[in-house]
Design a binder for this molecule. Structure first.
Ligand code: TPP
Ligand code: MG
Length: 324
């Protein structure tokens, strides 16, 4: 089935949700070495941002990066295989869940250092600026990373050099067990950012079209030489911080409220059905094709070979993620 642009946004969010819930179960069964951070609930941030970017724009992300990486156009096969640390994985089985990326496809990696993606993305924006390319670089950070020095040092650099940079806070409201409101002075991220002298917005991160709109406008400003934008996208993480963490620091009522009333996929599905952009039959066939795609990714990962030990140091000297 061919999908319209709007339908494709929904399909990508469904892919992410099913990928994450499947990978979560496989992690509990011991198939994913090192565990993983589930992004269920945060799909609209990833899909909204990425749908407003050009294919050769750059992103750098965090430890919670499957949704960003899938939305950037990487396949469930190569990401699932990486989670299984197989040779066919996007980082050739050497990176696992937190180190997905490929410089050649504009993905400068996830990593385990909270806030580091912002600095990396700002550096990439500096490169784009110096070459005079008409691209943009997006740095993702969590609400926890909103309180690290590097985030603001990077933003300051981006402002003074007018870099083509977008800082996106994937604000799921918790840093492990800590609620954002308890640790964020001023409790208004956009107001804090605006003090650095750039357009700054708090937006609904569970509304995929709102995220797309703000990102598209930020991109337009960036490629026109007008500098960076700060976007704080409010969303919610449904599962524990990482697989196996039970989340006793928040109430079941709070989780149920977000799942039942604010879910980004349910909201967008209802919108598409109500406007006639999609029929129930289209939705059913889309869900079936997503299910088949994720099942195939698991089979691909299961049947892929382990990395060959003799290739262990290949590409290390070049420092490139995904280097041959
Ligand atoms: C510099 C640094 N400090 C602390 C940690 C430990 N740590 C790992 S994830 C995390 C919470 C991050 O929260 P947030 O930025 O909101 O991202 P989320 O997990 O919600 O996606 C912390 C404190 C770390 N990995 N790196
Ligand atoms: Mg968080």
């Amino acid at each position: 089935m061919a999908y319209t642009d709007l339908q494709s946004l929904l399909r990508e969010m469904l892919v992410i949700r099913e990928f994450e819930e499947t990978a979560d179960k496989l992690t509990l069964r011991g198939k994913v070495p090192g565990g993983m951070h589930n992004s269920s609930g945060q799909e609209a941030v990833a899909v909204g941002v990425m749908s407003a970017l050009a294919a050769d724009d750059v992103i750098a992300t965090t430890h919670r990066s499957h949704h960003h990486t899938l939305a950037k156009g990487f396949t469930p096969n190569e990401i699932m295989a990486e989670l299984f640390t197989k040779a066919t994985g996007v980082s050739k089985g050497r990176g696992a869940s937190m180190h997905l990326g490929d410089f050649k496809r504009g993905h400068f990696g996830g990593n385990g250092i909270v806030g580091a993606g912002v600095g990396i993305a700002m550096g990439a924006a500096m490169g784009i600026h110096q070459r005079g390319d008409k691209n943009v670089s997006v740095g993702f950070v969590g609400d926890g990373g909103l309180n690290t020095g590097r985030t603001w040092e990077s933003l300051n650099m981006a402002v003074i050099y007018k870099l083509p940079f977008i800082l996106v806070v994937d604000n799921n409201q918790y840093a492990v067990e800590t609620f954002v409101g308890r640790v964020t002075g001023g409790n208004d991220p956009a107001k804090r950012a605006s003090g650095f002298g750039l357009p700054s917005f708090n937006i609904d991160g569970n509304d995929v079209l709102e995220v797309q709109k703000y990102t598209a406008e930020a991109r337009e400003r960036a490629v026109a030489g007008e500098g960076p934008t700060f976007i704080n996208a409010l969303t919610y993480r449904y599962n524990g911080h990482n697989v196996g963490e039970r989340g006793q620091y928040r109430t079941q009522e709070e989780i149920a409220d977000w799942r039942e009333h604010k879910d980004p996929i349910d909201r967008f599905t209802a919108y598409l059905l109500s406007t006639g952009d999609m029929s129930q039959a289209d939705l059913d066939s889309m869900k079936a094709s997503v299910h088949a795609e994720i099942e195939a990714a698991v089979a691909f990962a299961e049947s892929s070979p382990e990395p060959d030990l003799s290739t262990l140091t290949d590409g290390v000297d070049s420092g490139l993620l995904g280097a041959k």
